[in-house]
Design a protein around this ligand. Structure first.
Ligand code: PEP
Ligand code: MG
Length: 541
């Protein structure tokens, strides 16, 4: 219509629904003329389509992918954990029977641009029997399923798909109208160079969140990570960390290379340590089996202390337990190792002509004292590395604001934090008191009864969580007027939430690479709307 002179470019920018842009970046199901048998409807956790043969463990996914037995694979799990990452990498799509919009499966697949239907409660996933039971039917390993991550449908059989079209000339043209009008910057959540490069192609202006823990799950690292966790003294822990240091340094070097002079926000270790260890139940089963069958097996000597440590680390509520900055306070050597890897990589990148623009972010801060503690470690290590290498890099140390107390005391926290990034996944969890992994138990009823208009983990609750975001931004800038503020929770790619971030004056939103186009368009629409109607001074914001 713009080409035909019927509407202006600005009108075109207004008319496109931001979420529609996602369709260009992922495959879609071809349904026309097909008989569609919907088996279940779960959460549309990561859009796009996947058609493949089902497997029930990450190991089977890797096996059948590498031996070529299955052409495309759908990984079916009760829910995924970080241990499933290798299987998720090779699968075309993921189906889980439990979990919400910010569950592990949802967050990871959105980062990969891979289709995911999560929390499909009508499905019973029996991982031991390798069976999926739904609507009185049983699907076994190797059976075909089609997933629609845009609507959450699980469909029987093998539909065809339309491939992604990210280079569609009309899309490229349209995006060239979008960017000049927006004020809000759009950054990406990316942990590895491959995703960072993808993000730059989709227009990212920086990396707003590199979750360093994802780097520790790789096969060659998990063993050192486990040794580090199992160590019962600082000396042994430092020894194991020394082995991880060069690997982390290489990760960061790759990221700096991919991002050139664009900003990169690297977050120190966040999840509870037991996520890196085998499951307690699995260990119990393995040990009792060995005790019955091979009581002299040397493996028992290895497994018993492992079980003891897993039991020690067991928490009733790990999301509110020993995680985030609490880890770095109990074990400062972890933060030290990560800071050293970051600064050494940055210095090396600078010596090769790059200009790394570096920000180090501390997770789950609840008080200024925690920020001071961790900030001091990062700054001390920076000074040490710069002295050793005879080179200096500019950097910022800031924190995630993802606990209500951090938002309420943002004025104090900004004395120590040089930037804020709102972790609205955890902030929603802790403000509402709703587990981000278990919301699906009652979300459908809440939506049906009109108690929620949206899933609050998908679209920011502006009246409550958003108010905390707005308040903390103002408080932080009271202390530090030039405080850079962004958001890196999943809401950073949701159009309504992006518009809210524009309204309250954030500097950037950071989202999965595949949601960048959506966020760019939503930010442009917010700016155009403001141009037409003036700033919205009376909104909840
Ligand atoms: C968040 O809590 O919003 C966040 C970005 O961190 P994570 O999802 O890794 O907890
Ligand atoms: Mg968080």
């Amino acid at each position: 219509m713009v080409r035909e002179g019927l509407i202006t470019q600005e009108e075109a920018v207004f008319r496109v629904e931001p979420n529609q842009l996602y369709d260009f970046l992922v495959p879609r199901l071809i349904e026309k003329g097909e008989k569609i048998e919907v088996l279940a409807t779960g959460l549309p956790a990561s859009p796009g389509a996947a058609v493949g043969q089902i497997v029930f463990t990450a190991e089977d996914a890797v096996k059948f992918h590498s031996n070529g037995a299955y052409r495309t694979i759908i990984l079916v799990r009760g829910e995924t954990t970080p241990e499933d990452i290798a299987g998720m990498e090779v699968a075309a799509g993921i189906l889980t029977s439990r979990g919400g919009m910010t569950s592990h499966a949802a967050v990871v697949t959105r980062g990969m641009g891979k289709c995911c239907v999560a929390g499909a409660g009508e499905c019973t996933v029996d991982e031991n029997a390798k069976e999926l039971r739904v609507k009185g039917q049983t699907f076994k390993q190797g059976d075909w399923l089609s997933l629609d991550g845009t609507t959450g449908r699980v469909i029987a059989g093998q539909l065809k798909t339309l491939p992604a079209q990210p280079d569609d000339p009309d899309l490229v043209k349209f995006m060239s109208w979008v960017d000049p009008v927006r004020r809000l910057q759009v950054w990406a959540n990316a942990d590895i160079p491959r995703d960072a490069k993808q993000a730059v192609l989709f227009g990212a202006q920086g990396i707003g969140l590199c979750r360093t823990e994802h780097m520790f799950f790789a096969e060659d690292r998990i063993e050192h990570m486990r040794t580090m966790i199992l160590a019962d003294n600082e000396k042994d822990r430092r020894e194991a960390l020394k082995k991880l240091l060069p690997m982390q340094r290489a990760d960061f070097t790759g990221l700096f290379k991919a991002m050139g002079s664009l900003p990169v926000v690297i977050r120190t270790l966040d999840p509870p340590l037991h996520e890196f260890l085998p499951q307690r139940e699995d260990l119990l089963v393995e040990i009792s089996h060995l005790e019955d069958t091979k009581p002299r097996s040397p493996k028992l000597k290895e497994l018993r202390p492992l079980l003891a440590r897993v039991q020690e680390l067991h928490e009733m509520n790990p999301m509110l337990g020993l995680r985030g900055c609490r880890l770095g306070i109990l074990y400062p050597e972890i933060t030290e190792m990560q800071a050293r890897a970051i600064f050494e990589a940055a210095v090396a990148a600078k010596s090769k002509g790059a200009e790394p623009h570096l920000e180090i972010m501390i997770p789950l801060i609840g008080s200024v004292e925690e920020m001071r503690h961790q900030g001091a470690i990062v700054r001390r290590v920076a000074a040490e590395v710069f002295k050793e290498k005879g080179e200096t890099i500019n950097f910022l140390v800031g924190c995630m604001i993802e606990l209500p107390r951090a938002a309420l005391t943002a004025e104090q926290i900004a004395e120590e934090a040089e930037f804020f990034s709102f972790g609205t996944n955890d902030l929603t969890q802790t403000t509402y008191g709703i587990s981000r992994d278990d919301i699906n138990q009652f979300l459908p009823a809440y939506l049906k009864n009109g108690i929620f208009k949206h899933d609050p983990f998908a679209t920011l609750d502006q009246a409550g969580v958003g108010l905390l975001v707005k308040m903390a931004t103002a408080k932080g800038r009271n202390t530090r007027p030039d405080l850079k503020v962004g958001i890196c929770g999943e809401h950073g790619g949701d159009p309504e939430s992006v518009k809210f971030c524009h309204k309250i004056g954030l500097n950037y939103v950071s989202c999965s690479p595949f949601r960048l186009l959506t966020a760019r368009l939503a930010a442009a629409q917010a700016a155009l709307q403001e141009k037409q109607t003036g700033p919205d001074l009376h909104s909840t914001s």
